[in-house]
Ligand binder design. Structure first.
Ligand SMILES: Cc1cc2nc3c(=O)[nH]c(=O)nc-3n(C[C@H](O)[C@H](O)[C@H](O)COP(=O)(O)OP(=O)(O)OC[C@H]3O[C@@H](n4cnc5c(N)ncnc54)[C@H](O)[C@@H]3O)c2cc1C
Length: 553
């Protein structure tokens, strides 16, 4: 037990922090998360004050680091803002916020320029090296995907981290898991965020980081599903923390399932980028027959939700565990040159994709919903801004257009930066009442790894089986029932155990899973990524609006 924990003060059934026992650190800007959203904000904010970034594992561990395809933005003279906006709106099935989409698309090319300025090496056109090489992905009417081979995210993540090294007033705290936001009530009764409590993994101590402005950039929640393309960090902590603090959460029912993750009977899924189909690869059943043309005019290049649903349907009809992605229309040399990472990863798993088709299955990939923000990245909590996958800005609506998410993160982080700079002018530094933070009855129960891993698997399986690609009223009700039991157990355990990163994540996953089910039950229609067999059609009269949930009390 750490000194911090020994010094806790017993209040009623729960223990609370003793002011003297916890270290408090002050900063101007606090950033939670070190993906593209958090890092691009920090690089600008540090010109105006001190920045602390807390990130729960190594600094590069993020969804950003695994992004393959690229960043959508209008670059070609034959392309236009109007067409990118149109593609985005069509994909979002009536729920996109036009103003947010216009910001996304029109500020996109400048954001790409900034990334290049920060040292990101995007792939150049072979014949015209002065131009960027542009890829095409599902749902896009033009080639407009800026990329760094098929490792775009890694290139971006590493370039931004490299830039930060030269910034003396940015501190990146790795292995610091944000546990809960610290809020206080303004005299008007509204809430203001004044920082975060973070658990240092290696020492087990909790520290308070107090800020004038806090940026929530904690990414997505793919880990709540049994099959996901997301890395382990994606446990929805940001949404869960914000919800507990009183932030408005929207559209959590819209979970994007990537149609083509490499099928693996055991082990981690690996994403086979949509760009592979963009280059000409074709989906086939195990008997060799194609099927996409029967479902959509764009065939294999239909929007990814359509492709995911069709694969799911074909797998259920045939009983097959996967479908095949046939790359034979693409010359072997082109495959190796265009997809070096996918080629190497598959080869390491014994599959030569220049000779054999890839077995693929759909996997949870991206959450379109999140903490509700306006076009200036403000949440309903004062001094709490949000950007990236953790938010719901309105740009994706009921479905995200491929490669619009890193674009969203960087464009809205720039907006958050502009908002934050104005805010710190008028907001004083805050004193903090540590007694307001409860973290459980320490030491009553020992750390119980089996409890955590068992419940984590139960939760992920429940979400996969009942709240997956095709939903129904019965499945959602069943999920609600199971999740209630699980959540009650987890909450009791949380309140009676030493604070532990796995437990903090499990609690957050339960909160997020409940939010997804709640939103899915509110939307009694099928639209975009949310498909319910009991309501097979869209109902514009009733549901042409966001599903917004907020914690009571
Ligand atoms: C395999 C894959 C491929 C993808 N391909 C593309 C693509 O081609 N184009 C595209 O636009 N998008 C793509 N995406 C989606 C895109 O990568 C993400 O939406 C985007 O990178 C999100 O950026 P972010 O900064 O919001 O979150 P992330 O990059 O996920 O960063 C979140 C950060 O928050 C930290 N964090 C989380 N919880 C806590 C906590 N409690 N305390 C402290 N730190 C915390 C994490 O450790 C991480 O550093 C892909 C995603 C995946 C998984």
């Amino acid at each position: 037990m750490t000194a911090d924990r020994q010094d806790t003060e017993k209040v009623g059934r729960k223990r609370k922090f003793d002011r003297a026992a916890i270290n408090v650190f002050q900063t101007d800007f606090l950033v939670i998360g070190s993906g593209i959203a958090g890092l691009s904000f920090a690089l600008k904010a540090c010109e105006h004050g001190e920045v602390i970034i807390v990130t729960k594992k190594e600094n590069f561990e993020s969804n950003t680091n695994y992004a393959q395809g690229g960043i959508a933005s209008v670059q070609d003279k034959d392309d236009s803002f109007e067409m990118h906006i149109k593609d985005t709106l069509e994909c979002g099935v009536g729920l996109c916020d036009l103003r947010a989409v216009e910001v996304l698309v029109k500020e996109g090319p400048q954001a790409v320029k900034e990334l290049i300025h920060w040292g990101v090496h995007f792939t150049r056109d072979r014949k015209h090296p002065e131009r960027l090489s542009l890829g095409r992905e599902g749902g896009h009417s033009h080639r407009r995907i800026v990329r760094a081979d098929d490792l775009t995210g890694r290139e971006v993540e590493h370039a931004l981290l490299e830039q930060l090294k030269s910034k003396s007033n940015v501190t990146v705290l790795e292995n610091h898991l944000a546990v809960d936001l610290i809020t206080k009530k303004n005299s008007s009764g509204s809430k203001r965020c004044i920082g975060v409590f973070a658990l240092e993994r290696h020492t087990g101590s909790v520290k308070a980081y107090v800020s004038k402005v806090t940026l929530l950039a904690a990414g997505g929640c793919g880990q709540v599903y049994q099959h996901t393309t997301n890395p382990d960090i994606a446990t929805g902590d940001g949404v869960a923390m914000a919800y507990r603090a009183g932030a408005r959460i929207a559209n959590m029912e819209f979970i994007q399932f990537h149609p083509t993750a490499l099928y693996s009977a055991k082990g981690k899924a690996f994403l086979i980028s949509e760009a592979v189909r963009g280059e000409g690869a074709v989906l086939r059943k195990l008997n060799g027959k194609t099927f996409m043309e029967r479902y959509h005019t764009m065939g294999c290049l239909a929007p990814r939700d359509v492709v995911a649903r069709v694969i799911d349907r074909e797998m259920k009809l045939s009983g097959d565990k996967y479908m095949l992605l046939d790359l034979s229309p693409i010359p072997a040399e082109r495959i190796r040159e265009r997809f070096p990472n996918i080629t190497a990863e598959c080869l390491s798993r014994g599959l030569d994709i220049t000779k054999e088709p890839i077995p693929v299955v759909p996997s949870a990939h991206y959450v379109c919903g999140g903490v509700l923000t306006d076009i200036n990245a403000c949440t309903n909590i004062e001094a709490l801004l949000g950007t990236g996958e953790v938010t719901c800005t309105g740009v994706h609506g009921a479905n995200r257009l491929a490669s619009n998410s890193m674009l969203e993160a960087i464009v809205f982080s720039n907006r958050a930066y502009q908002t934050a700079v104005k805010l710190i002018e008028k907001l004083p530094r805050q004193e903090i009442d540590l007694k307001s933070f409860e973290y459980g009855k320490v030491g009553v129960t020992d750390y119980d790894g089996v409890f955590i891993s068992h419940n984590r698997e139960m939760l992920r399986m429940t979400m996969w089986d009942y709240v997956g690609i095709m939903r129904s009223n019965n499945r959602l009700a069943e999920a609600r029932k199971w999740l209630k039991t699980l959540s009650d157990e987890i909450e009791t355990f949380y309140n009676n155990s030493p604070l532990n990163p796995d437990l903090v994540e499990l609690r957050n996953m339960a909160t997020v899973a409940n939010l997804i089910v709640k939103c899915a039950q509110i939307r009694k229609e099928s639209r975009g990524l949310h498909q319910n067999t009991d309501y097979p059609n869209r109902n514009d009269r009733k549901y042409l609006k966001n599903t917004v949930v907020e914690k009571k009390g």
